[in-house]
Design a protein around this ligand. Structure first.
Ligand SMILES: [Zn+2]
Length: 281
């Protein structure tokens, strides 16, 4: 008995125009079936070997191929494929279906953006009104989860975009964890900081700073900048940051101004400190 070749033979392509070979999986598939999944066959009619699993029983290949192409399901997908390509070559048809996939991905992206916009707005709202983002207990039974989750739940009740995302989106994409909250806050901070930095270039500013010890006994310095806004035609004050000071001296305050806002010290025309003995240095 001679050695029998167990695998896909090139000649199969000549006889079975629908066949598709995957060398990586060492399996044969039905090409029309892959292209035209979306027809209305019930699952019992689908030949799984040629659709999802891949056909590997090489010993009985010819017989199985002949049987497969007689099946109703196969004829349905072949017909659908012919309709789909509609006289075009198959690569044009694949191109079309890729375009469709891309536009679906685009609309998915826009939906995610809509959803995220709401989270950003919630964050801005809480920051503006100085409300606490998080509560001590945030599980489903908690009466008061604090504002971030409470507002999310409120939106969930009335906003279809929000509701749809929470119900249909992937489970890891709820964006309600404390880490995500911090990420959004930081992203907003960076955005406003950059905007402020651009606004302040070539402007004269004055600095208002005050120190305080926080609950952990760390020195925190609040820095506010005052400048003249020529569009509004009036002076404007901007809170820049609360900066934890490692050492309480004038140099660390200068560092904040220079590092955070990219300002040169020469643009500062006035400094105002409350009981700042450190500033004498
Ligand atoms: Zn088929």
């Amino acid at each position: 008995m001679g050695l029998q070749y167990r695998g896909f033979l090139k000649q199969y392509y000549d006889v079975y125009k629908w066949i598709e070979n995957s060398p990586a999986k060492d399996a044969a598939f039905c090409f029309p079936r892959r292209i035209c999944r979306g027809n209305s066959l019930n699952s019992s009619q689908i030949d799984l070997a040629f659709s999802t699993k891949g056909f590997k029983n090489w010993k009985n290949a010819t017989k199985a191929f002949n049987n497969h192409q007689k099946r109703k399901a196969h004829n349905y997908s072949s017909e659908s494929m012919l309709k789909l390509i509609d006289g075009n070559s198959i690569d044009v048809a694949i191109d079309e279906s890729k375009k469709l996939q891309l536009s679906q991905r685009d609309s998915e992206r826009l939906k995610n953006r809509d959803f995220f916009q709401r989270l950003v707005d919630i964050t801005i709202l809480l920051a503006k009104t100085g409300k606490p983002f998080r509560g001590h207990i945030e599980n489903v039974n908690s009466f008061n989860k604090r504002m971030y989750k409470e507002v999310i739940e409120l939106l969930l009740k009335y906003d279809p975009i929000f509701k749809k995302h929470m119900e249909c989106g992937p489970r890891n994409a709820f964006y309600s964890s404390n880490r995500i909250q911090n990420d959004i806050i930081l992203a907003l901070y960076n955005y406003f900081q950059k905007k402020l930095s651009v606004t302040l270039q070539n402007k004269k500013i004055s600095v208002i700073a005050d120190e305080i010890s926080d609950i952990g006994h760390h020195e925190q310095m609040s820095i506010v900048i005052r400048y003249f806004d020529s569009n509004l035609n009036q002076p404007v004050e901007h809170f820049v940051c609360l900066q934890r000071l490692n050492s309480v001296n004038a140099q660390s305050i200068f560092d904040v101004l220079i590092n955070k806002l990219g300002l040169s010290w020469s643009s500062v025309i006035a400094v105002c400190f409350d009981g700042a003995a450190t500033m004498s240095g």
